[in-house]
Design a protein around this ligand. Structure first.
Ligand code: SF4
Length: 620
């Protein structure tokens, strides 16, 4: 950048990518974010940032930002005034509401601030009378935390980020924290190297964490995570390693009964591990004085999220690890404010539709108006063809976003929103810390903050309006459990952790082993640096590090299929086919192929269907 650092205005705020909640100092000049400034005194992470946090701000001043509202006229999106756009949106939402509250639905990104999410919920529940709201993580994170709600009495992780450094053994389930939550990856690294924390990893492929000293990685067959976790619980019971505290927790007998069919010897083959390996892992976990389970999860993982959370919580309860320092379970939501979205009630109640059923109802014509704020379902939800058909069918689609995304291109009205750098508010991290986000620059073009847009729309529709984030936060503090004793000004530089009170019970979870399809590869999807790509694909930094999608497979499979690095592969499933460049890597087990899901041009969700494993054929 072309400015001297001392001439920059420096604004402290919070990273808007993942749920780790790292603090940032933005260097600003002439209404542009020009850099991030390292401050070793900032945050629990001492100023360290990953590539996304360090360089990912570049999307803020991207030339591709939407700068004016757009309305579809004669099939084309044309520029419009805010007045025209908002009154059209209000009219169409009102009309849809008149056909019944079920005719209106909303999908909102958990990237918004708590205050914006709270207002989004108010607009739907109070003003439009609809319970049909969900966020993208409805496909992953909310499923996980709803598991926590049933097992522990609250929809959040029982542990905090600080527990990583205070434990004796970390059990990382499913994926690589270095990809989804890199600074948590650094924390794990520090714990292992400086504090001698033992590391166990169960995953369907090896990752960077597997290279750490003392790390033992157990590679299991994809889709069988819950079966494996149940087998670990069964081994703990059979080896008499159950903690005395567990006998006072409700549901232990039912759990023991369900676990009868999960003896390590019975399920080892389905898991792709030996019974001895399962027993050894169970014993290491149960015998450690303090043990913490990390469940880093993202949109790339759909399927049995709720059961996965409950199965790990069962393990922690069996060994008396909930509510103790350095112990428990840390559910690592993918997006910066996944936890806040749940706290603000951005999920359907029993009367409402979730993200998947909202899409089905758009396709069926029962949802007539869909309000998408910051989400890009065309790219980030499973089964792209189905999503596109549903969005093409809905009578009125309004999309509020920073960019003209693949979803916004289908909208009847597009509302230009502000980035995190242009707004005040709060985010809540995976460790339940509520932190202040601070405005660094004025809105780009005519864009408006989501809070401003939602407040105006709510006002037009007869609801309450709000002047600023602090006013909304005061209402949050009155209404949202856990936030009750918090005040906007009282959050301070490092934020505050929301307290939780546990009412734990064992929830037995049954899962049938996933059977392999002959001649097919198990395809798993996930993040490679970006998450869903809605922001990061507009920044040079991340795009320089990982510019395009790929399919990663093992050396053995590549040799058998005569595939070399960078060969163009055709990958086919029952829902569609895509072409991806081959990446051959020792970390992949045979029979498994991995692909990041966030690239629009190589849209992996063309071949996914919302289940944990997609069976695909691969050819050159
Ligand atoms: Fe941002 Fe997450 Fe990276 Fe921290 S780990 S800098 S919160 S993307």
């Amino acid at each position: 950048f072309k400015a001297r650092w001392w001439s920059l205005n420096k604004v402290k705020t919070v990273c808007s990518y993942c749920g780790t909640g790292c603090q940032l100092t933005l260097g600003v000049k002439d209404n542009k974010v020009l850099t991030t400034i390292y401050d070793e005194n900032q945050g629990f992470h001492n100023g360290q940032l990953c590539t996304r946090g360090r360089f990912g701000y570049q999307f803020v001043n991207s030339d591709n930002r939407l700068t004016t509202p757009l309305i579809r006229k004669n099939g084309k999106l044309v520029e419009a005034s805010w007045e025209e756009a908002l009154s059209l949106v209000a009219d169409r939402l009102r009309e849809a509401k008149a056909s019944g509250a079920d005719s209106v639905a909303g999908l909102v990104t958990p990237r918004l601030t708590n205050e914006e999410l709270f207002l989004y919920g108010k607009l739907f529940r109070e003003t439009l009378g609809s319970e049909n709201i969900d966020h993208s993580a409805g496909f992953a994170h909310s499923a996980l935390t709803s598991g926590a709600l049933e097992s522990l009495g609250y929809a959040a992780s029982p542990s905090t980020i600080a527990d990583i450094q205070k434990t004796d053994l970390l059990l990382v389930v499913k994926t690589d924290a270095y990809e989804t939550h890199p600074v948590l990856g650094f924390e794990i690294n520090l714990g292992v190297k400086r504090k001698d924390v033992d590391l166990r990893i169960v995953s369907d492929k090896r990752g960077k964490l597997s290279k750490l000293p003392k790390a033992k990685t157990y590679v299991h067959k994809p889709g069988n995570e819950v079966v494996l976790l149940n087998a670990l619980a069964k081994a703990i019971i059979d080896e008499n390693l159950v903690d005395a505290a567990a006998t006072t927790v409700a549901g232990l007998d039912e759990l023991k009964q369900t676990l009868e069919s999960y003896a390590p010897s019975k399920v080892a083959e389905a898991c792709g591990m030996s019974a001895d390996e399962i027993k050894a892992l169970a014993s290491d976990y149960a015998k450690a004085e303090k043990a913490l389970i990390l469940l880093p999860i993202g949109l790339g993982y759909s399927g049995h999220g709720k059961e996965l959370a409950q199965a790990v919580i069962n393990l922690a309860l069996l060994t008396g690890r909930i509510g103790k320092e350095g112990c428990g379970v840390l559910i690592m939501g993918e997006k910066n404010n996944s936890q806040g979205a749940l706290d603000m009630g951005i999920y359907p109640t029993s009367k409402g539709k979730n993200a998947a059923t909202i899409i089905d109802s758009c396709a069926a014509g029962t949802v007539k108006a869909l309000y998408v704020a910051g989400e890009n379902p065309v790219i980030s939800y499973p089964n792209r063809k189905k999503i596109e058909a549903a969005l093409d069918k809905v009578e009125f689609l309004v999309v509020q976003d920073l960019f003209l995304t693949e979803t916004a291109e289908k909208a009847h009205v597009v509302l230009p929103a502000c980035s995190f750098a242009e707004k005040d508010g709060t985010f809540t991290s995976v460790g339940r810390t509520v932190q202040r986000v601070n405005k660094a620059i004025k809105p780009i073009g005519l864009s408006r903050s989501d809070l401003d847009i939602l407040s105006s729309l709510n006002g037009i529709l007869g609801g309450t309006t709000y002047a600023n984030a602090s006013e909304v936060f005061a209402e949050i503090a009155e209404n949202v459990p856990g936030y009750k004793d918090l005040s906007y000004d009282g959050l301070g530089e490092n934020g505050q952790i929301i307290p939780v009170t546990t009412k734990a019970k064992f929830v037995p979870v049954a899962a049938a082993p996933v059977k392999a399809e002959t001649g097919k590869f198990a395809m798993v999807t996930g993040s490679a640096l970006y998450h869903c790509g809605t922001m990061s694909r507009y920044g040079e930094g991340p795009m320089h590090v990982c510019p395009e999608g790929y399919a990663e497979l093992s050396r053995q499979d590549a040799a058998e299929l005569k595939i070399s690095e960078n060969d163009m592969l055709t990958i086919k499933s029952t829902t569609g086919e895509i072409k991806l460049k081959a990446k051959v890597n020792v970390r992949m087990p045979q029979g498994v192929v991995f692909a990041p899901y966030h690239f629009a041009e190589q849209s992996v969700n063309t071949v996914t269907d919302g289940t944990p494993v997609i069976w695909v054929s691969i050819s050159k």
